[in-house]
Design a protein around this ligand. Structure first.
Ligand code: NI
Length: 143
């Protein structure tokens, strides 16, 4: 019996999307309000989806406490209440778009996935990052 489980996490962070090699006008056109010069904040929601068998003894697909600890350490502690452009190495040399954030989160989670969740850990299959009510991206690791 295989199941998919999704757990949501929240953090707040500020940023500015801007590419130095583009003109002010092109930056504004490309990034819209996210290019405003003095930055702005978002209430981010990150949804982590895993897929794996249900442990017949516990009835669970994953230890939620272990997943929470991993996400806290690898994502929340890095991003929460930070100015992403300056405080977070992931985004000092590339823009903190939701797309780039999804890839960075995937990399951080997978780097410690088995160590945190054990050998029989379920697979990470989706990383979804919601930046606004209108805008989210989903990085599908497995189709
Ligand atoms: Ni923004």
């Amino acid at each position: 019996m295989t199941i998919r489980l999704t757990r949501n996490y929240r953090f707040v962070a500020s940023h500015r999307l801007h590419l130095d090699h583009l003109s002010e006008e092109d930056n504004q056109k490309l990034f819209g309000k996210c290019n405003n010069p003095y930055g702005h904040g978002h209430n981010y929601v990150v949804s982590i989806t895993v897929k794996g068998p249900i442990d017949q003894r516990t009835g669970l697909a994953i230890s939620v406490a272990d997943l929470d600890a991993l996400v806290q350490h690898e994502v929340i502690d890095r991003y929460d209440h930070r100015y992403l452009n300056f405080d977070v190495p992931d985004f000092t040399s590339k823009p903190s778009t939701t797309e780039n954030m999804a890839f960075a989160i995937r990399d951080h989670l997978l780097a410690n996935w088995q160590k945190a969740l054990g050998v029989g850990a379920p697979q990470l299959i989706d990383v979804k990052v919601q930046e606004t009510k209108r805008n989210s991206v989903t990085l599908a690791l497995i189709n």
